[in-house]
Write a protein that binds this ligand. Structure first.
Ligand code: PMP
Length: 429
């Protein structure tokens, strides 16, 4: 067993000071049967060091943003020089134009953007703007997709596509949940049913085009095309939540991969290079609903702050380098094949969904294409696997619904070491 005594002490202290000891619930080890979260102190490339001096290979990637590895020199330099010039002005800056140009150049459907401070804010605002544009109130979303913690998207499915949602969190009024209909991902019939029942009230259909929140799950061929067609036939707007997927798989969004363009797109994570950020954008006529041009209000003291802009620009500059995504793909392939070989050797039920440098290892014999299937995978086995990996210095996300994120900093050596740990863990499962 690795000695993590200092983490134990700090967690006890944190529990007295901070609700649940953590500032975001998934950081507590609830998803893996409990335990003490590791307090990290330093990140360097693909590696982490905790407060007891233990070293880890990091596949959490801070839940997605850290695609260039920790403390990438180009991003660090950008943040330093932004800090030297003052981190917040409350006025427009040249950096905002520069960064907006980079995003709109990379993602053709973004005719105009607006920067905010988190993925939650970005998604929340796309919904408000869609409601303003369509003069309708209801939203259809897909089971298991996560869209941040604003009221409207913290809603669970009703008993079928023709029923309205119920609150998924205390504090979300039933009246708000009633504005949301949840349907299964990768299944077009329930969406059709929901649209035919509530069509005139549906402002938008909101989806993660490549899902990251019940593990990595890609849309079946033709699924997003049909979603778009049905959405537009109903005069509703199609919103893509690309908070995870933007710049994760290539230099751009999931829209260029799937060949389906959204009316509006929400982003976050990677585009901040590790600093707080969100952004939303889309068609000009829709975006012109937003204040100061239009009647839909959205604002932010911290929005477009120079430090986040500089870090985001620097991060995208790194991602523009030739071959970066292919390298993550190759390492991902090696990791996937290695894990599958060990699973075969130890006769374990393992399925892997992978796209480029992002993958989810599911403990199951079934293909995972929707949330219900992901729910049915073996969470208890995942919990034991997670802890066996952590004790060997491999930091995974503490939930069976998350993904492993490779970065530009991971090496073949890291993968070899990880696969050794996987074999040892599998031999004990
Ligand atoms: N949308 C998606 C797809 C996400 O994965 C997340 C965060 N995991 C969010 C929205 C919310 O982003 P944030 O945590 O930055 O508010």
């Amino acid at each position: 067993m690795m000695n993590r005594q200092t983490s134990e002490i700090l967690y006890k202290e944190a529990e007295d000071l901070i609700v649940g000891g953590v500032n975001s619930p998934s950081r507590a080890f609830k998803g893996v049967g409990g335990g003490t979260p590791v307090f990290m102190e330093k990140g360097e490339g693909a590696h982490f060091y905790d407060v007891d001096g233990n070293q880890y290979i990091d596949y959490l990637g801070a839940y997605g943003p850290i695609i260039t590895g920790h403390a990438h020199p180009h991003i660090t330099e950008a943040i330093k020089s932004a800090a030297e010039n003052g981190v917040l002005y409350g006025t427009p800056t040249k950096l905002e134009n520069q960064f907006a140009k980079m995003l709109t150049d990379a993602i053709p459907s973004l005719e105009k953007v607006r920067f905010v401070n988190s993925g939650t804010e970005a998604v929340m605002t796309t919904i408000r703007v869609a409601r303003a544009y369509t003069n309708r109130t209801k939203v259809i979303k897909f089971a298991g997709c996560y869209h941040g913690h604003s009221d409207l998207v913290l809603v669970a499915a009703g008993s079928g596509p023709s029923t309205l949602g119920s609150p998924d969190s205390a504090g979300v009024p039933t009246s708000i949940a009633q504005e949301v209909i949840t349907v299964p991902f990768n299944d077009i019939e329930p969406l059709k049913e929901a649209l035919s029942k509530f069509g005139d009230d549906i402002a938008a259909v909101l989806v993660e085009p490549i899902v990251g929140n019940f593990g990595l799950v890609e849309p079946k061929p033709g699924f997003l095309e049909e979603v778009k067609q049905l959405t537009h036939e109903n005069n509703s707007l199609l919103i893509f939540d690309e908070v995870i997927s933007a710049f994760r798989f290539h230099y751009g969004s999931a829209q260029e991969i799937t060949n389906v363009q959204a009316d509006m797109t929400a982003m976050g994570k990677i585009i901040g290079g590790g600093l707080p950020i969100g952004a939303y954008g889309g068609r000009v006529d829709i975006m012109e609903q937003v204040a100061p041009l239009g009647p839909a209000y959205q604002a932010g003291t911290m929005s477009g702050n120079p430090a986040s802009m500089a870090a985001g620009i620097a991060c995208l500059e790194v991602l523009q380098q030739e071959g970066i995504y292919d390298e993550m793909d190759q390492l991902g392939e090696k990791l996937e094949q290695g894990i599958l070989q060990h699973a075969h050797k130890y006769n374990l039920p393992v399925k892997i969904n992978r796209l480029k440098g992002m993958l989810t290892v599911f403990f199951t014999d079934e293909e995972i294409t929707n949330y219900e299937q992901a729910e049915n995978t073996d969470g208890e086995m995942f919990g034991r696997f997670f802890k066996l990996m952590l004790d060997q210095g491999i930091n995974l996300a503490p939930s069976k619904y998350e993904a492993w994120f490779l970065t530009t900093a991971h090496t073949e050596e890291d993968i070899d070491q990880t696969l050794k740990a996987v074999e040892a863990a599998f031999s004990q499962l």
